[in-house]
Write a protein that binds this ligand. Structure first.
Ligand code: NAP
Length: 353
C-alpha cells in the first residue's frame, strides 16, 4: 500500500496538545496532526525529508508530567524524535542533496538543520544504504544500546548464561542477537507464546520464558541451575526481583530500563538485593549516550557481524507518519515485535550497503 504523503509543498507535523498525566497511557488523542508550508533552508542550513522515525519508551517521558532525566516537549511543539532522513535541499557545503543522516527530525515530514549544529544529537551521516531503517535497529540506536550494555556494563564472555527481559522488543531482540554472537547461552523473557516462538524462529536462541503464563522462578530454576551470569534488564519490577534469586557467583545485572514500573509511584526497589552480596554480584545502570565517543567503533563491529550474517534486521515497521502516536503507544501495550518504527516515505533506491 502506498505511504501517505503531505499535500504538495506542505509539511505534516505532530504537535503535543499538553503534558500527559502519568496514570494515562500516551496515545493518538494527546497529539494533533497539522499541515504547514514546507520550510526553506536559509544560509548555512539544509532541509531534511524524514524517511523513517524510531520510537523509544523515553518519548513517553518527554510528554508526561513526571520527573525524568529527559527534557520535556512543551504544549504546541512538534513531538521530539529521531529518525533517518535524506538531505533534499542544502545551503551548506557539508551536506549534499541525496545524503542520508540520522537526526532529531521530530515527528514531521521535513525539518531544517543548521550546518553549525554540534553535540551528541547533531545530524550524523550514515551508511546503511537502501536499508535506512537498519540505522534505527540492529545497526543503530537499539543495537548500540544493547552492545554497550552487554560488553561494557555486563562484560559478557563466551559461555556465559545471559538472560534478557523484553527480549522481543527493540533493544531486547538486539541484545539476544549480540549475546549469541559473542558466544553466550541466551534465554529471552517475553510476554506471550507468540513472541517467544518469534524469538526462537528468528534468532535461534536456546530458551524463552513467557512471563505472562510461565512461572518465572520455576523456569529459572530449571533453565539456569548454575544461575544467571548476566541479566540484561529492560523491565525492572517483579521480573528483576525473581531474577535476583537466581544469580551465578559474580553475576552482572545490566539496568537498561524499567518499563514495568516507570509510571508507578508506589513501586519499590528489589526486596532481595542481599543476593548481590551473597553472589558477589553487581547491578549497574547506564545511558547509551555515555558511550557517544565510542559509537563509531560499535557501529563498525555491528556492521561486521551483520555482513557476516550473524545479526539480522529487527525493525518492525508501520507505514505512514500518521501512525507515530500509535507506534509509541504499542511499546506500552506490547504490540511490537522488534524495533517499532514508522516509515514515512519511500526509501531511495541508490546506495547499496
Ligand atoms: N539505558 C539506555 O540508554 C536505554 C536506551 C534505549 C532504551 N532503553 C530502555 O530499554 C528498554 C527497551 O526499550 P525499547 O525501545 O527496545 O522498547 P521495546 O522493548 O521495543 O518495547 C517495550 C516492551 O516492553 C515490554 N513491556 C511493556 N510494558 C511492560 C510492563 N508493564 N511489564 C513488563 N514488560 C512490559 C513489552 O514487551 P512484552 O510484550 O514482552 O511484555 C514491550 O514490547 C526500555 O526500558 C527503555 O527505556 C534504555
Amino acid at each position: 500500500m502506498p505511504i501517505s504523503q503531505p499535500s504538495s509543498g506542505m509539511n505534516r507535523r505532530w504537535l503535543l496538545k499538553e503534558l500527559i498525566e502519568p496514570e494515562l497511557l500516551v496515545g493518538p488523542e494527546h497529539f494533533e496532526l497539522v499541515e504547514t508550508r514546507r520550510p526553506q533552508p536559509a544560509a548555512d542550513e539544509y532541509l531534511l525529508q524524514t524517511l523513517c522515525l524510531g520510537t523509544s519508551p523515553a518519548q513517553r517521558a518527554y510528554v508526561t508530567n513526571t520527573v525524568s532525566m529527559h527534557d520535556k516537549v512543551n504544549a504546541g511543539e512538534v513531538m521530539r524524535g529521531r529518525g533517518v532522513a535524506q538531505v533534499v535541499d542544502s545551503n551548506s557545503k557539508h551536506f549534499q542533496p541525496g545524503e542520508l543522516v540520522m537526526a532529531t527530525t521530530g515527528w514531521q515530514d521535513y525539518s531544517i538543520h543548521s550546518a553549525h549544529d554540534a553535540g551528541m544529537l547533531a545530524p550524523r551521516k550514515i551508511s546503511t544504504g537502501n536499508h535506512p531503517s537498519l540505522a534505527l535497529g540492529i545497526l543503530g540506536t537499539a543495537g548500540i544500546t544493547a552492545y554497550f550494555g552487554l560488553t561494557e556494563v555486563g562484560s559478557v564472555k563466551p559461555g556465559d548464561t545471559v538472560l534478557v527481559s523484553a527480549a522481543a522488543g527493540g533493544v531486547g531482540s538486539s541484545a539476544v542477537q549480540i549475546a549469541r554472537t559473542i558466544g553466550a547461552r541466551v534465554i529471552g523473557i517475553a510476554g506471550g507464546r507468540q513472541k517467544c516462538d518469534w524469538l526462537k524462529r528468528h534468532y535461534a536462541i536456546e530458551e524463552t520464558i513467557d512471563y505472562k503464563s510461565d512461572d518465572l522462578e520455576l523456569c529459572l530454576a530449571e533453565l539456569c541451575p548454575d544461575g544467571v551470569d548476566v541479566y540484561f534488564d529492560n523491565v525492572g519490577g517483579d521480573q528483576l526481583n525473581s531474577v535476583l534469586n537466581h544469580l551465578a557467583l559474580g553475576a552482572r545485572i545490566v539496568i537498561c530500563g524499567f518499563i514495568a514500573t516507570d509510571y508507578d509511584e508506589a513501586a519499590h526497589g528489589p526486596s532481595n538485593y542481599k543476593n548481590l552480596l551473597r553472589k558477589r554480584a553487581r547491578m549497574q545502570g547506564y545511558f547509551v549516550f555515555d558511550y557517544h565517543d565510542q559509537f563509531q567503533q560499535a557501529e563498525q563491529q555491528l556492521m561486521t557481524w551483520y555482513k557476516a550474517g550473524k545479526l539480522i534486521d529487527n525493525t518492525d515497521a508501520l507505514a505512514g507518519l500518521e501512525n507515530m502516536p500509535s507506534a509509541l503507544q504499542s511499546l506500552f501495550t506490547g504490540d511490537n515485535c522488534g524495533v517499532r518504527i514508522c516509515q514515512t516515505t519511500a526509501y531511495p533506491e541508490s546506495n547499496s550497503l
